[in-house]
Design a protein around this ligand. Structure first.
Ligand code: NIG
Ligand code: FE
Length: 386
């Protein structure tokens, strides 16, 4: 058994009940797990010592919503939006064409490069969706590539209806042959329940078929306007409804009553000029909130969780500590993981040493690369789900 001590931690964020944030702390890792947390002066002897030099140590960030496997970009759409054009779900088909043409080896290279970006910015657990293939072969390829990076793979065949098919026949394909081919490669099933994508009945059909095939449900909903998606998610008990930009009071109550996680994706509002979701309203109502990047070429081409934390603080009414909680423990709730998102003894020892004395600097110094060191344990391949 090998042990590593982290000494001279200026501020240690563990999310322990008694002392979630402690000063002048030390931490010991044994066999990839947090084995001890305490005051710096009581640090037990260990095989190795890493000196945090007064920097803050926080749990590795948990990005619970990405679309990392795709080809091409849509910078021209971004330029048009910044000049006043509205975002529509139809842009997804542009990326589908580029992704189908790319081939699995190119997709693998693109996804690995994006994953390196995420990692450098502190993400140690990531969820990755398919959804830019929209045919059996390409959706499978996307999940194969995603599965080489993470165990949190999501089948999102129901992203939009591809060109040349009716919605009904496409839902039949997604819940039939495509699901049969993709379910063995995925942990989760997702659907984009929104005007221009799938309506609430189609979304229900997709999620129930996925669940019957052994996948756990999660959703995209209420991104572009109010709609019935959140209520459907709460009725089915999905793990998370992501976006939650346009919510009624009944939606907020349903999320709070059911414990379904609201995944907030502020990179989307940054890049579409929609209003930001009201995190304050959700937190005050007792809703469990996660923050994620939604890294994708259409609505949020950022790989940076710290950028999303800064937006959440500046634009969504969160305090820095609430935003960090949502980007770590919130993400772990969203993915139904107990081993990540915190640094209590027993946690997977995925942690970040910051070039800053406090987690506050993640929002206070936006755009500055503050992740000095990422310590992680056989990254992202853990199958320890609850
Ligand atoms: O999460 N909302 C649906 N899917 C993506 C957008 C995808 C795209 O425009 O390419 C999202 O925002
Ligand atoms: Fe998304």
């Amino acid at each position: 058994m090998s042990s590593t001590a982290i000494a001279n931690i200026g501020e240690l964020v563990t999310w322990a009940d008694d002392e979630p944030v402690r000063r002048d702390a030390g931490l010991v890792i044994e066999d990839g797990r947090v084995a001890w947390v305490g005051s710096s002066r009581d640090l037990p002897a260990s095989d190795d010592v890493v000196d945090a030099a007064g920097g803050a140590v926080i749990p590795g960030l948990v990005d619970s919503h990405t679309h990392l496997v795709f080809a091409g970009d849509r910078a021209d759409e971004f330029v048009a939006r910044m000049a006043g054009r509205r975002y529509t779900a139809g842009g997804i088909r542009t990326t589908v064409a580029a992704t189908r043409a790319a081939g699995i080896d190119a997709l693998r290279g693109l996804a690995a490069a994006r994953m390196a970006e995420l990692r450098a910015q502190g993400t140690t657990t990531v969820e990755i969706k398919s959804g830019y293939g929209l045919d059996v072969e390409t959706e499978k390829q996307l999940l194969i590539v995603a599965g080489e990076i993470t165990s949190e793979t999501t089948f999102l065949g129901a992203h939009v209806v591809p060109d040349g098919m009716s919605a009904d026949s496409y839902v039949e394909l997604v819940t039939g042959d495509m699901l049969t081919a993709c379910a063995p490669l995925a942990t989760w099933i997702d659907v984009f329940c929104e005007t221009g994508a799938f309506d609430v009945d189609q979304a229900r059909t997709v999620l129930l078929a996925g669940r019957a095939a052994g996948l756990r449900p999660r959703m995209h909903a209420n991104q572009l306007g109010p709609g019935p998606g959140v209520q459907l998610g709460c009725e089915l008990g999905v793990a998370a409804v992501d976006h939650c930009t346009y919510l009624s009071d009944a939606d907020v109550s349903a999320l709070s009553d059911t414990g379904v996680v609201a995944g907030l994706l502020p990179g989307v509002e940054f890049s579409t000029r929609h209003p930001y979701p009201d995190a304050r309203r959700l937190l005050d109502a007792g809703v469990r909130v996660a923050i994620a990047t939604d890294c994708n070429p259409g609505t949020s081409f950022t790989s940076s969780m710290p950028f999303c934390i800064a937006l959440a603080v500046r634009e969504m009414g969160m305090t820095p500590i609430e935003a960090l909680f949502a980007a770590t423990q919130g993400g772990a709730w969203s993915l139904q993981r107990e081993d990540v998102g915190h640094l209590r003894p027993g946690a997977k020892a995925d942690l970040l040493i910051l070039d800053a004395p406090s987690h506050v600097h993640l929002a206070y110094r936006p755009g500055v690369p503050l992740v000095r060191r990422v310590i992680e344990h056989p990254l992202l391949r853990s199958c320890e789900s609850v």
